[in-house]
Design a protein around this ligand. Structure first.
Ligand code: DP6
Length: 343
């Protein structure tokens, strides 16, 4: 065998209970367990070709060859699999991000989940999804959860071997998300850097850890009884608490911009005016995501259009688990990307 090929698609996810802080930076072990919703509208397709004739790894994102630094991250990630396979040949990795540029969403969650599954497919690794999630984790923490669909929990675990994700609920009960893409510029403080600074300097950090545990328990109970309002309230409170830790870091910082505050205000007004449950959350960037019922999306989008141009409001249903693609799917995906349907 001179070549081994694997192709996979993984959808991105948005945390309702945030992962914020690492207890082990090298192994990507989190300080707290987290829970997310996988989104149908945003995904990454990745093809990996291990080839004994190659003399170095290469990485192409959206058709563009990436820098040495980016290739290094990929090489380091591929090396993790050597524990299972022994030495590996060099690889050519190609990815397409189907995250509308207007969405301004980070794609590292879907990226490393797609790559992990593509590698497992190429090397025919006999591994459960949960085991694979422990490897995806070491590319980017949030990728752990993107191997599964619907509501997904990432249990912090006690070691690298059991810090893994598992599906909690398929989210097939009138739940969805709107992304208010108020600002699509690249984030100024990477989540990795922001969370480390917060762990080290925020006096609120211990309270974050304590209450995140309670939030996780409460949201799982609310999901089990399909209590949308409780899921939403816990989500909004948890997100705000995460951001409070950045404001209390030293020196303080925030991911919010003036536009984020306007978006938050718009969500508050709209839910009051319409009397429709809609709850916001934010990650390490300025955009606001709104957890809502799918059946309320239309009126919410209409009402929010008074505040934002409609192309800045992107709706998504819950997404599926990551899956393997055929060569034919891959060719289709490339055509789809070239047609510009990604943005
Ligand atoms: C705020 O997964 O991007 O989105 O593990 O350092 O790659 P690294 O960080 P990353 O952090 C995500 C932080 C978050 C919350 C979340 O997704 O749970």
């Amino acid at each position: 065998m001179t070549q081994a090929v694997g192709i996979a698609r993984a959808h991105t996810n948005i945390a309702l209970i945030k992962y914020w802080g690492k207890r082990d930076k090298d192994l990507f072990l989190p300080m707290n367990s987290s829970l997310s919703l996988t989104l149908e509208a945003f995904y990454t397709d990745t093809k990996v070709v291990f080839d004994e004739e190659l003399t170095a790894d290469s990485f192409f994102l959206n058709g563009i060859e990436q820098s040495k630094t980016e290739i290094k991250k990929i090489s380091r990630f591929l090396d993790l699999f050597c524990e299972y396979t022994g030495e590996r040949p060099f690889a050519r990795v190609e990815s397409f991000n189907f995250v509308p540029t207007a969405a301004g969403l980070a794609s590292s969650a879907s990226a490393f989940a797609a790559l992990a599954l593509a590698v497992a497919d190429a090397l025919k690794l006999d591994m459960t999804r949960q085991e694979l999630s422990t490897l995806a984790r070491q590319g980017s923490g949030s990728s752990t959860r993107s191997l599964f669909g619907g509501f997904v929990e990432w249990s912090m675990g006690t070691s690298s071997g059991d810090s893994m994700a598992h599906p909690v609920d398929d989210a097939d009960w009138d739940v969805g998300m709107l992304v208010l893409a108020v600002d699509t510029q690249e984030k100024k403080i990477a989540s990795r850097v922001g969370m480390e600074h917060t762990v080290q300097t925020s006096p609120f950090y211990p309270a974050w850890i304590e209450t995140a545990k309670e939030d996780l328990k409460a949201i799982k109970a609310a999901i089990a009884t399909k209590d949308f309002e409780a899921v939403g309230q816990i989500t909004e409170h948890n997100g705000m608490k995460m951001h409070a830790t950045t404001l209390s870091a030293n020196p303080p910082f925030t991911y919010w911009t003036a536009d984020s505050l306007l978006a938050q205000e718009a969500v508050r007004r709209v839910r009051e005016e319409l009397q429709v449950p809609a709850y916001m959350t934010m990650d390490a960037g300025p955009n606001v995501k709104v957890l809502c019922r799918v059946s309320d999306m239309k009126i919410l989008i209409e009402a929010l259009s008074a505040y934002f141009p409609s192309e800045k409001i992107i709706a998504s249903l819950p997404g599926p688990a990551a899956y393997v693609l055929s060569e034919e799917d891959w060719e289709q995906s490339k055509i789809h990307f070239a047609k510009g349907s990604q943005g």
